[in-house]
Design a protein around this ligand. Structure first.
Ligand SMILES: [Zn+2]
Length: 474
């Protein structure tokens, strides 16, 4: 007999057009999946959870995060663009991580995500130097209970080394044997909680030959592939790379573009029409990109964007915060564009808080090609559900009467996340993670040890930075 749980009397935001929103309704969960969503469900044998006064939303999907960077939270204050980020992270600290460090930081990063209502992450793991590091990173994800796509990436060697045969990182593709080992081993299934993808360099960061062979490798193993591609004129390793990939039939729904801010319209249109997905990481891009995030522009060409948090050295990965910032960013762009065209105020806003919730749920699910399983509260899909408590001081008395989507996007914080379910299983309840408290205390102390060792080995100065002091070792 499969376990049945009935979430009773919630305000339901399904993000499924056929179901819509229910001011008061029930969600029946059978085992891992949603069995029914309706105003009133009778299920005598189900365990009943009182969700009155709470907003039920689909679990949030973070479509781009380097979870290993969680260990380095807070160090990125006022870094200037690529110089400080790449200099500090990829030239230096990335290489100080060992296998066990990846387990610790991925477990903590995933628990931190769950705490804030995120149920799925695309862990873009690009500090890997060998298989043990990948296995440890996957161990960490699996131990947390989160749903994750593990993006197998490679650490960048920013200088030529003998070990790499004198080649630069841009000439080194994904290690085929390692991809084969994982894909025919523990990540063979696409049905498990943790699945696999390739986090590739792509045309901005590698030679065309490397990009092409990485994408062909991903296709051979039935994996989505994702690349950081800004499209900056004059700064791309392979400037016509996206066009060449399209010509070779290598752009499709299995290709995920991260950022894409600097694409000109013709290239952008081609990429959207090829069916690719985009991960806009608005907060990171606002800090360090000269052009706006690809949200409204992507939509204008017919795509649904997804959003992600990207880089924890700047701010902790919170999809609630990212969603709010992405919404405000696009609304500001819309307003400025309308004013510039002499059409302000517009008859209606093109970007709403519901747009942002769509980017963070079904948009993310589509980017990860998991929209048949997650991204909306739809019977038959996995029961990845978040309950947001409306009775808390910062949300009360918004329900009933207020727009629950607007409340969640504009006002909700991790502290308001009462419960999180992944595949029908509570991983946070009554405002507390279900991960054992003693184990969490140990995990925090382990993470602190990782952070201190990585920074010490990298010669990183992390006590108050004074005027003129170097941020990282030469
Ligand atoms: Zn990134």
């Amino acid at each position: 007999m499969v376990n049945r749980t009935l979430l009773k009397n919630a305000t339901i935001v399904s993000m499924d057009d056929a179901i819509g929103d229910l001011a008061r309704g029930d969600i029946l969960i059978e085992g891992e999946t949603i069995a029914a969503v309706a105003p009133c469900i009778a299920a005598r044998d189900a365990v009943v959870v009182n969700a009155a006064g709470m907003v039920a939303i689909p679990g949030l999907v973070n479509s781009h995060i380097h979870t290993w960077e969680v260990a380095l939270r807070g160090i990125g204050s006022d870094w200037v663009s690529a110089r400080d980020y790449f200099g500090t992270m990829h030239s230096n600290l990335t290489h100080r991580f060992e296998a066990e460090d990846n387990r610790v930081v991925n477990l903590f990063g995933a628990l931190s995500a769950i705490d804030g209502g995120t149920t799925t992450i695309f862990d873009w793991c690009h500090n890997l130097r060998h298989g043990e590091m990948a296995d440890a990173a996957i161990d960490g994800l699996e131990a947390s209970g989160i749903r994750a796509v593990f993006g197998h990436g490679t650490a960048k060697t920013m200088y030529e080394t003998k070990a790499e045969g004198g080649r630069s990182y841009a000439e080194i593709g994904q290690p085929r044997a390692e991809v084969h080992r994982l894909r025919t081993g523990r990540l063979a299934s696409d049905e498990r909680r943790v699945t696999m993808a390739l986090a590739i360099l792509g045309p901005d960061w590698s030679t065309y030959e490397v990009t092409e062979s990485d994408i062909r490798l991903a296709r051979e193993y039935g994996l989505i592939n994702s690349a950081h591609t800004f499209g900056r004129k004059g700064k791309r390793m392979t400037p016509d790379g996206m066009w060449r990939l399209a010509k070779a039939g290598l752009l499709g729904p299995d290709h995920n573009v991260v950022h894409g801010n600097c694409f000109e319209d013709d290239e952008l249109r081609m990429i959207v029409e090829a069916g690719c997905s985009v991960s806009a990481t608005c907060m990171a891009e606002l800090l360090n990109c000269e052009r706006p995030a690809l949200l409204g522009r992507w939509e204008r060409f017919g795509g649904v964007p997804s959003i992600g948090t990207d880089v924890d050295p700047y701010f902790s990965a919170s999809m609630l915060a990212e969603m709010r910032r992405a919404f405000l960013h696009q609304r500001e762009l819309d307003n400025a564009a309308a004013a510039a065209a002499g059409r302000y105020p517009p008859a209606a806003h093109a970007t709403t808080t519901r747009s942002a919730l769509r980017w963070a749920t079904i948009g993310g699910a589509k980017a990860l090609r998991l929209d048949h399983r997650i991204g909306s509260l739809t019977p038959g899909k996995q029961a990845d559900i978040v309950l947001v408590r409306g009775s808390d001081m910062n949300l009360f008395p918004g329900l009933p009467g207020g727009d629950p989507v607007h409340m969640v996007v504009m006002s909700a914080e991790a502290a308001n996340v009462d419960s999180v379910l992944v595949a029908g299983e509570f991983v946070k309840r009554h405002g507390r993670l279900l991960y054992p408290e003693i184990a969490l205390r140990q995990l925090k102390s382990d993470l602190l040890a990782v952070r201190e060792r990585v920074m010490r080995k990298g010669g990183y100065v992390y006590t108050p930075v004074r005027e003129g002091e170097r941020l990282f070792a030469a």
